[in-house]
Design a protein around this ligand. Sequence first.
Ligand code: G1P
Length: 275
Amino acid sequence: MIRKCLFPVAGYGTRFLPATKSMPKEMLPIVNKPLVQYGVEEAIDAGLCEIGFVTGRGKRAIADHFDMNYELEHQIEGTGKEKYLESIRSVIERGVFSFTRQSAMRGLGDAILTGERLMGDQAFGVILSDDLCVTEGDGVMSQMVKLYEEFNCCIIAIQEVPQDKIEKFGVIAGDEIRSDLYRVNDMVEKPPAAEAPSNLAIIGRYILTPDIFDVLRKTPPGKNGEVQITDALMTLAKEGKVVAYKFEGTRFDCGSVDGFVEATNYCYQHIYEPV
Ligand code: G1P
């Protein structure tokens, strides 16, 4: 059983300045809910109720968001406004939240390694909350948990992307096991389109086995001088231990202004329920 999910949330959110000058980018609202809450709800709905955050300076609002605010609770108790707190109350009741800090920005691989103490020695999920994934049925992490139960190895989410977007992603190649599944045999972090092994891009959802930590410790800095989870996973892929899954759902790149606005419009029209 997978019970834990890691959220690397130390990034600066430079593309959203000045909004993110004193506020974590993960707290920017998509309609009425902070971006990170969508990811946390996806994890908890998949049964991953022990949530670990790898934070950094200026991220305290995230810890406050996943905690009771007694003053606010007291103020609105018994009034018609209580309903506005329902979604976050439910998350707080179902989840357990732990925090650790990444002291320097050395890449996603390093952020995940920083979360080792929180994740321990069992398989765990990783959600990059910038990638907002909306689905009609099960959330993406729930879909991946089912696959983990079948394959017992690392599972990574992928989707096809157009040539001109490839260089923004980790890209995989693999042998097709089923129509939506590949046994990965190549992975490259953000290759130039001409050198990409395919058009199958990694999206910010992973299930990792705990042997990834030892591999990460030995993984040298790669693309942009950062320790890349893609490079560490390539080490495991060489042993046949990584499966890539073309998930069902729509992904919005909320790390970019365009994707954020698209997600906002989509969620307002299709997901937001006025309370
Ligand atoms: C990270 C990963 C990359 C992946 C992407 C998905 O990159 O390093 O492999 O394709 O997330 O969003 P980032 O966008 O954080 O630079």
